[in-house]
Design a protein around this ligand. Structure first.
Ligand SMILES: Cc1cc2nc3c(=O)[nH]c(=O)nc-3n(C[C@H](O)[C@H](O)[C@H](O)COP(=O)(O)OP(=O)(O)OC[C@H]3O[C@@H](n4cnc5c(N)ncnc54)[C@H](O)[C@@H]3O)c2cc1C
Length: 297
């Protein structure tokens, strides 16, 4: 029997499951939260082929339902460790240890934190403008960061919120020039270069931020959108795997430098970091992992 494990139940992991299950494999998927990953948190998706516009939770629910209808077995546990044990892989969770001939890692990325968020996460501090921007309609907000994510988050918020302050420690915004020009042309966007947020203030909810390096020391804002990049989630991997700045390096079959260990989606290097590419990676990783497991004695 072909038997594989998938770690991560986002678009990449669910696509890997669908392809592996349809090839006749027995698939166990480990997911720490509900199925869907980042997709489930996106407000509207307008670049996933076949949908002009679809709500993230709907697309996530459809993907999960399809995988379940094919016989997906899920274990709702965080994977604490993944290591090689002879010709098998050992997956460790709080609820037990499991062995598989091949594994697909599809754990995505996690947001960089400022370290000063405290209890304000969900009370004015957010890591996703499309998810939470609407809660601050017409209100002043700050975006912290100066890269591609910060520019696109600020552009989105400029449509929804009132004044948008972009706080960046850099001397310029590091994103596609067209996107930067479009953002800077907005009358309700102010970029504070060479500045950083030293403290978030408020009683229960965010009401202001303290600044360092900006012309003003304090800004009244209702929300702080942290857009300072993300890191791949690979801390549980207890093996040497080739990587590029922590992102797992894969070949054309989505296999890593460790035989039998596959990776898909945002956790891989060179990924476009979109749903459609996560699905495409998952299709390859799931298919080739299932084929590999059939060869393990
Ligand atoms: C605000 C925002 C808007 C976006 N909008 C779009 C868009 O419009 N169109 C588009 O194509 N893309 C969009 N994207 C990008 C897209 O969401 C991602 O590229 C894609 O969802 C990545 O899928 P993934 O499966 O690789 O990772 P994820 O969706 O991050 O899934 C990883 C899963 O692994 C789980 N996991 C992590 N570690 C462990 C562990 N140790 N044990 C068990 N489970 C674990 C996580 O809980 C998570 O469910 C957006 C992203 C963001 C942040």
């Amino acid at each position: 029997m072909k038997k594989i494990a998938i770690i991560g139940g986002g678009a990449a992991g669910l696509s890997a499951a669908i392809y592996a299950l349809r090839s006749g494999a027995e698939v166990t998927l480990f997911e720490q939260f509900g199925l869907g990953g980042l997709v489930a948190t996106i407000d509207k998706i307008e670049n996933y082929p076949s949908y002009t516009s679809v709500e993230g939770w709907q697309l996530a629910a459809d993907m999960a339902a399809q995988a379940k209808s094919l016989g997906l077995k899920t274990i709702r546990q965080r994977v604490l460790a993944l290591r090689k044990k002879d010709n098998l892989f050992e997956i460790v969770t709080d609820k037990g240890t499991f062995d598989f001939p091949s594994v697909v890692v599809a754990t995505g990325t996690s947001h960089n934190k400022l370290g000063i968020e405290g209890d304000f996460v969900g009370h004015g501090v957010s890591y996703c403008a499309t998810c939470d921007g609407a809660f601050f309609r017409g209100k002043p907000v700050a975006v912290v960061g100066g890269g591609r994510t910060a520019v696109s988050e600020a552009a989105y918020l400029a449509d929804v919120c009132g004044q948008v302050y972009v706080v960046t420690s850099q001397s310029e915004l590091a994103a596609e020039q067209r996107a930067v020009d479009a953002l800077l042309s907005r009358s309700n966007v102010t970029v504070l270069y060479g500045a950083s947020v030293s403290e978030i203030l408020g009683e229960g909810e965010v009401s202001a931020i303290k600044l360092y390096g900006a012309p003003m020391q304090q800004l009244d804002v209702s929300a702080v959108f942290v857009a300072t990049g993300a890191v791949p989630v690979t801390d549980f991997i207890r093996m040497d795997v080739d990587n590029v700045r922590g992102y797992l390096a894969v070949d054309g079959r989505c296999e890593t430098s460790v035989k039998g260990l596959f990776a898909a989606g945002d956790v891989t290097s060179g990924s476009l970091k979109q749903i459609v590419t996560a699905c495409a990676d998952g299709a390859k990783a799931g298919s080739f992992a299932a084929a590999y497991s059939a060869t393990v004695k």
